[in-house]
Every structure is written in structure tokens, then in C-alpha cells.
Design a binder for this molecule. Sequence first.
Ligand code: ADP
Ligand code: ZN
Length: 523
Amino acid sequence: MTSPETLQVLNRVFGYDSFRDGQQEIIDHVTAGGDALVLMPTGGGKSLCYQIPALVRDGVGVVISPLIALMQDQVDALRALGVRAGFLNSTQDPDERRMVEAEFLAGELDLLYLAPERLKVDATVRLLDRGTVSLFAIDEAHCVSQWGHDFRPDYLALSGLHERWPEVPRIALTATATKATHAEIASRLKLEDAKHFVASFDRPNIQYRIVPKNEPRKQLLDLLRTEHNGDAGIVYCLSRRSVEETAEFLVRNGIEALPYHAGLDARTRTEHQARFLREEGLVVVATIAFGMGIDKPDVRFVAHLDLPKSVEGYYQETGRAGRDGLPSTAWLAYGLADVVQQRKLIDSSEGDAAHRRKLGAHLDAMLALCETVDCRRVQLLAYFGQSGEPCGNCDTCLSPPESWDGTVAAQKLLSTVVRLRRERRQKFGAGQLIDILLGRRTPKVIQHDHDSLSVFGVGDDLSEPEWRGVVRQLLAKGLLAVEGDYGTLVTTEASDEVLFRGRKVLLRREPKKQAGARTAKAR
Ligand code: ADP
Ligand code: ZN
């Protein structure tokens, strides 16, 4: 039963008339002292789920969050509503910290935000012992998952909360969790017996579109000019350099754009973030360092110029679009070079083989999403263990890609890979392979005598972009793999099924025109 007090807090403190989907059940459960694990998409309204119980229950609600840079803003926003909030993290000097600690002990706080590493400090634990904690809220709970894409070792210490304070209810929240991550959060945080609340991950107002990458900046500019003129949006790039260059390119073309990446000094970053939040119609070009916890309702588009490393990351980043529920675009341009580059990053990444396997699996899932012939939304939701119907609001629904029987093309390509592999000392990437298939006598082809191979020129029924599409899709299907520094293509065990056991390969033909966009002239 919802207490009248809960409704009062919702109206008087936060100024809302009603709860959003799921909020009320969660708030009632936690207010009554129950543990909860909450999976709710970005913008779903997770914060209220612990803020209201913290205000209604006796004591101070302790919120554990990795977003140190945002704590000041979050606390300021709460104080503006009359909520007594404070935070403790490494950015404060000892005096500031002591003041917050005194407020906590005097019972003058409703909410205390803590960086996770604070809990490893004995003094913090003793501090919490001396005050009254009404609940623990563990925000961004997926950070405890080693299988997930955003693991933070400090989160592992949170498994001890329950032992130390068995009476205090805990609520863990995340906007991203596959079935496996969900289970891992529950077990690591000892929340198996907690009530699990899983909201739908669908964001129906976001239109998902994934296009082949040709001239990415021009394609982006075209998208902005034709569909998002004057709109606020975020453009994600992989590298700092590409962030800088893309921002400059947009500015040169009359679009107000600001760069954001970890290489900029703190003041510039804060300023750019503040301007993005405050002003209308600004575009931020950023690495993924930007956006966590940013609550700007009217972000009309999120564009990726490089392939995200995982579906979880993609979902979180695109989820920053359209929190106000109005139509928004999630647009991603990706190409073969992305795949090669990401594989290289994985191969050269620190960590053991298991870690690299994990990264590889994340990338594979992302590729499968890019190359699917089915509804993007169905595929995305399926990744998070939820089912759905074809949505009518993604590129594959709006202009269904034709599929074609690519078995023969795949066989030609794979047998070329096998032949090149026999030249053990040499490593060749997709470019050389395609030149051979197309029968091009380039200097490199002649140098290696590749025009004498039996497969030379057997692929001239397809164009170069088509062959690139074939390579990409075979990679996405695990029928081909990339190895080593030079993006060498190699066959996999599954390749044999195509080469020798008659396995059929259905491929996606790229639609000539992208859904909703008039990007044809950009290509
Ligand atoms: P999340 O943490 O799940 O991404 P937030 O808690 O930041 O979401 O909430 C997203 C936005 O929705 C915020 O602007 C918040 O003020 C607003 N919001 C949350 N709950 C309600 C509600 N019951 N009614 C109206 N707006 C709400
Ligand atoms: Zn769809």
C-alpha cells in the first residue's frame, strides 16, 4: 500500500502528479524495508525509486555512485528542491568532508552520495556505523559485473554491505543488463532474495538506424541538415583526435558543435557540458567519457561515427536520446575498418585470454546487431532477454533490406582466404582479398603473383562495396575472423560448413536509400 506520505513527497518535493511505470511498486517495497534489484532503461526514473524511500524512512539514504563528476550537480539539484543532500568523494578537501560528516552524524541529511571507493576506507565505515542509515542505493549496479562492459573493481566491496548492516534495505539499480549481467549483479551484491523489478527496455520513440560508413562526416552532416537542423545531439567518436576533427568539421559547416574528451582540461569539459545542458540546439562531439548520468530531456539524436564496443554500450549511449519521449534518432555508421580496428584493440588489450574472449563476444553481438536483416529493436531487446514485435520504427522495418543467397560469394571469398593462408609468411587484409576477387592487377597483386591464383577475378559479378559488405557480414556471422596487427583475415571452424558441407549463407543487401533520411547524395 502506498502511504499518503509517499504521495505527498512525490507532489510537494518533486512536483510530479503521478508515478511512472514501475516506480510506485519499487518505492513501496523499499520504503517497507525490502531489498530490490531494479532494471530500468535510462530516463525511466530510477532516482525517485530510492530518493522517496530515503525521505520517508528514518535516517539517511546512502547512495553509492561511480559518477563523481556529477555528484555536485545532483546534490545541488536536490538542495534546490529542499532535500538535504551531501556527498563524500575524492574531489573534496578535508574541511568540506568533515562538514558533510558532521551533518550526517547530526541527522541533518536525507541523502548522502558516496563514491564506491569511500567504503574501502575504514573511517567511512565507522562513520556510517555511528549514524542512522535508512537505505543503501547502489546506482549503476552493472559496474559490479566482470562480464559487463563497465566493470569497476571498487564495486566488489559492496558485497559486504549486507553483512555489515543486515537491517538496512538495499536497492541496486541499472539501465543496462543482459540476462547474464543481471544474474551476476544479484549474486555479487547478494541480492538473490531481493525482489527484482524489470521494466521494459524498449524506447519506442527512438528510431534506430545503422548505415554503411562511406564518408562518415559528410553522412553525419547530411543527417543533421536534413533531419536535425538546430537540434541538440551527441556525436560519439572513438578517439580524441577524431572528436576534435569532427567538431571542427561541423563548426566549419555552420553547426554549433563542442568537443568533449578526457584529454581536455577539466574546466573546458565542465564548461562544454554545462553549455550543452543549458543552451538549446548544441551538438557535443565526444568520446564515451561523455554522457553518463547526464539528464537532458531533449537530446534529439545520438550519432555514432565509430562502432561501439558492445551492445550494452550502444544501448546506454543511444538511450541518452529522447528522454522526453519525443521522436529521436539513434544513428550509427559503421564499416569494415571498424571491425578490423576493434579486433586489433582487443588483441592488444591488457588482461588474460578470458578477458579478451569477453571483449570478442561483446563485439560479435554488436556486429550481429549491425548486420541483422530483422527489426533492430527486436534484436536489441532480445539481447537483454526481452521479446518484442517488429517495431515499424527502425531502418530494417522501414525499408526492409533484401536478402540474397550469398553462398557462392562466401565460398569464393573463403577459398581465397584459404589460398592466401598457404603463403604463410604473408598476411593480407580485406583490401588485397577484394582486389584479387575483382581481378585487379594492382602493384601489390602483381608483386605477390596473386594474378596467377585460380580465384583471380572470379568475383567480378559484385562491386567493391558489395564485397566489403560480404566480408563484414561473414565476420558478423563468425564465418570469418580477423587476426593480428594487420587485420589478416582467417577462416573459422564454421567456415568449413560453407566451403565443404553445403551450408547456405543468406546476406543482407544494403538498402539503396536509408529509412527516413535523404542521404543518397552523400554517397
Ligand atoms: P534514470 O536515472 O532512470 O535515467 P531519472 O531518475 O534521471 O532517470 O529520471 C529521468 C527524468 O524523468 C528526470 O528528468 C526526472 O525528473 C523525470 N521523472 C522521474 N520520475 C517522474 C515522474 N513520476 N513524473 C514525471 N517526471 C519524472
Ligand atoms: Zn524495427
